[in-house]
Design a protein around this ligand. Structure first.
Ligand SMILES: NC(=O)c1ccc[n+]([C@@H]2O[C@H](COP(=O)([O-])OP(=O)(O)OC[C@H]3O[C@@H](n4cnc5c(N)ncnc54)[C@H](O)[C@@H]3O)[C@@H](O)[C@H]2O)c1
Length: 325
């Protein structure tokens, strides 16, 4: 019988709270420690699970008998958290993005390579039922070769944390959102990006709030990735993913409806009630158990990062960029 995984949660913010609940919901994890620089947050979340509360990464990683950590911190802190987790010899689920610079990715890659633990990156879309169905349909070949993608996410929340708009903390819509887009496109079409161009909107004193990205893929596909945030009002998020292939079109909308159109007709599936974060945590537990199922690791995190960095370079240099390896 699989043993309970003793989990430490680094960051008691939006995702830390959600991941703690999802982890416990799988029946495979016990949340034993929570760390947050905001002591009130750390104690509040820890109190819900009878866990210990800590002010920082190092304190949490010193907790005895810890098996795994979830890293849900501002992006510029992901390397420090990964280094502490590696020193503690625990399994790591680091939320996207893996980190925000190539040098950081090199360091995390070296830590992971020297470790015999699981290093998973939180590319949640791979665990959403509608995206998994899309991946199966595309891999099954019934649509033929995909040649075009439109990937759009337009959101507006007053409550977004301040660091989301602080470039020094790793904020901005390229680092916040494009990693998801780059990862899910590469995963869906099983091909990697060969070129990226990008235009951004960056208000004074802020990281960019909008990015209009074009990307080309080795398979021949071209993608348009449109990402935008509003910060002074709340709105229903608008997301739309459309993939066109030789023999059909596949769409996923913000209601989590998958629609596949071919010459034979239209297939429509709703996955609105699917517990994607539970599936992600379940996959992490499975990887810790050594179940052999593939999961997004450091290489996937690095690939998405290199595309995001190419987008940042393209935005400042006014030219197409080739993502580094
Ligand atoms: N997978 C998804 O769908 C998804 C969705 C949203 C966010 N995310 C990712 O989750 C991660 C966390 O984002 P969030 O939205 O929860 O942010 P958040 O701001 O809500 O949470 C981050 C927490 O870290 C704490 N913190 C800041 N500095 C710290 C330090 N030095 N030591 C300890 N704690 C510190 C903050 O007080 C805050 O509570 C990011 O990587 C983000 O991109 C993923």
């Amino acid at each position: 019988m699989a043993t309970t995984i003793r989990l430490g949660v680094l960051g008691a913010g939006i995702m830390g709270r959600r991941v703690a609940a999802a982890a416990v919901g799988t029946g495979r994890f016990e949340v034993v420690a929570v760390a947050d620089a905001d002591r009130v947050r750390a104690e509040s979340l820890a109190g819900e699970y009878g866990a210990s509360a800590h002010g920082g990464v190092a304190d949490l990683c010193a907790v005895p008998d810890l098996d795994a950590v979830y890293v849900g911190l501002p992006h510029a802190l992901h390397l420090e958290a990964c280094a502490a987790a590696a020193a503690a010899g625990v399994h790591v689920l680091v939320d996207k993005p893996l980190c925000t610079t190539a040098a950081e990715a090199d360091r995390i890659g070296a830590l992971a390579a020297a470790s015999d633990r699981v290093w998973m990156v939180g590319f949640s879309y791979r665990y959403r039922a509608e995206w998994q169905r899309a991946q199966q349909i595309i891999a099954g070949g019934e649509l033929g070769l995909p040649y075009f993608v439109l990937d759009t996410a337009i959101e507006a929340y007053v409550s977004t944390p301040g660091w989301y708009w602080d470039a020094a903390a790793g904020g901005g819509t390229i680092q916040l959102q494009s990693h998801h887009s780059f990862d899910r496109i590469a995963w869906l079409i099983d091909s990697d990006a060969t070129g990226v161009s990008c235009r951004i909107v960056r208000p004074p004193g802020s990281a960019e709030v909008s990015a209009q990205i074009s990307a080309t893929y080795r398979s021949g596909l071209v993608a348009g990735i449109s990402l935008s945030f509003g910060r002074t009002y709340d709105a229903v998020p608008r997301t739309l993913f459309v993939l066109q292939a030789e023999r059909g079109m596949l769409e996923i909308d913000e209601d989590r409806t998958l629609r596949v159109t071919t010459a034979d007709g239209v297939l429509t599936e709703s996955h609105a009630d699917d517990d994607w974060l539970g599936h992600e945590l379940g996959a992490f537990a499975g990887a810790v158990d050594g179940d052999g199922f593939p999961f997004p690791g450091i290489a996937a995190g690095r690939a998405a990062l290199q595309c995001a960095l190419a987008a940042e370079r393209a935005a400042t240099s006014d030219s197409w960029m080739v993502p580094d390896a």
